[in-house]
Design a protein around this ligand. Sequence first.
Ligand code: BGC
Length: 663
Amino acid sequence: MTALYPEQERVTRLLQDLTIDEKLSLCAGQGLWQTKPVTRLGIKPFKLTDGPRGVGFHSSGKRCTAFPSGIAQAATWDEDLMARFGQALGQECRAVGGRTILGPAINITRTPLNGRTFEYLSEDPYLNSRLVVPIVKGVQEQSVAACIKHFAVNNQETNRMRISSEVSERALQEIYLPAFRAAVEQGDAWSVMASYNSINGVPACQNADLLQRRLRGEWGFRGFVVSDWFAVRGTTSSAACIKGGLSLEMPGKGSRYRYKNLKARYEQGQFSEAELDDNLRGLLTAMVLTGHMDSCGPPGQRNSIEHQALAREMAEAGMTLLKNDGALLPLDPTRIRKVAVMGPKLKRRNCLPLWGGSAGVWPPYEITPWQGLQQENRGRFQWVSDPAQADAVLLFVGLSHRPGLDSEVMDRKRLELPEKQEKLIRDTVATNANTIVVLINGSPIAMPWIDEVPAILECWYPGMEGGAAIARTLFGDCNPAGKLPVTFPRVLADSPAHASQRTFPGDRHTVHYDEELLVGYRHFDKLGIEPLFPFGHGLSYTQFEYRDVQLGGVSFYPEDTLSVSLTVINTGDVAGAEVVQLYIAEQQPNDVRPPQSLKGFKKIWLAPGEAKSLALELPLVQLNIFYPQHDAWRPKPGAYTVRLGSSSRDIRLEANFSIVVAT
Ligand code: BGC
């Protein structure tokens, strides 16, 4: 029989050569960041390093490039950029001897209070899927396994080690699993991290339904499943983990997979060698694919000029202009000379070891906003500290990676900024009406002060080159084109997961995902709630006009593709990028279905006055919905509307079509 993948013959041989003791010893780690060697067969320790925005100091002992955090990456809506980021991430990992990078992190933003929202990408499964695939491919092109995490339904930090996410099959299929599935089916991810929590009562690390049936069985995963660090503590037995499909327990010698323990269970017949082999096959596969078995592969690079330039390019691409009344931004040196610069985030660094948790990266330098302003000024503005003496004010506020804010282990307590900062905003704008609020944060915040402030720039956690990117954006040297990958609610109670204690954070053991499919904008749309800023929102220093929508190619399911064409014109004076978003609305959604869902997008760059025609191809199969009663994805016949817009609430063009299912 010819193996589907050429490396499988070698893996099969390795499995024949390994003794049972050697196999058992490969199931747990050696220290924090690597597996045990099998010297007899030349298998060296296989290294894993954090994380999703660069290689962590804590896992490598090296200072590496700090890229913008996950939510900033997603705000770019740029797949090509994500491919280049993935390559750079892979190169940084190789340069420290790593063969697996513990990222990207792709859990759905179910609540804005999740302490790890800054690490994750989006509330939308489609955007999440489109962005994760190029990252995974980019990483793996460098002979490094991407480890997509945290599988699965790990959407809060409160009680993360013991909580069970109670979620319906429909929500799993349509909201929580698609990005993992895309990363495996389209990205061929070589590794998956099983999360701390349980899913419908079964711990992720022994969840055969997820790890065996879906991941390996249905999606064709060929890599290894590693536990989140210490996640097996929540499991019921070693045999359950083996049978559940967990390949590797991390860190250290392990507990369930501690050699002696595992050997005793094996000898008692609690699991078979074949079951063990099924799990180890994936680990050996990754060792072969990354060149680990032959000590070969690209040398990698870290902190290179290229990576730093990429970090800046990504930071710029993620800048999201939320509000800009009277075109106050970019700062115009012919009207504005004296600028007051102030606020608690002006001189603050955000990239420090373990700062924010495991996603923390310690770069060799970090350009703070203050340094960026000086570096990029080129004599245009005069900095002052008193807002009363200035033509405009740049006020730097936001959150930080302090526990309880944008940080692992705990969730945020409130949606607002700290009270002191809210007061500072109000006092400053009362003194100087030209106050621009510059936000450094990684999750949505409420803005009860919004009506008083004319301009707001969301910078996220923009990484080591962030200060330069921020300054260039404020000065108009680059034109912001970021779009929100999450909804910003006005108040926490508007947010779908916050109906009650039951839905967030749950009791100590259970949290109920009662909102079902109505996560993020789906909920705001369904209930007709006005968000503070809608999903997909982001302004530019120029304007775009949308024209001439045309639909083609709609006929019968399932072969068909819907082609949507339109023309976009840059009607302003400066070059800029626009993310054209395509939402599909069912004309008569039933009670549980969202009014519209993102099903396509395209980012385009236009010179002033330039018009571009573009076509978005939408395979109709993407419009299938999950029918729990049939346990299957199927088309839903009926009338639909294609909605094209600049955000989920700024729809510029519409066209109707029907899905007719051939009988
Ligand atoms: C985190 C993972 C991380 C691991 C290793 C855990 O606490 O949840 O995302 O990769 O630690 O640092």
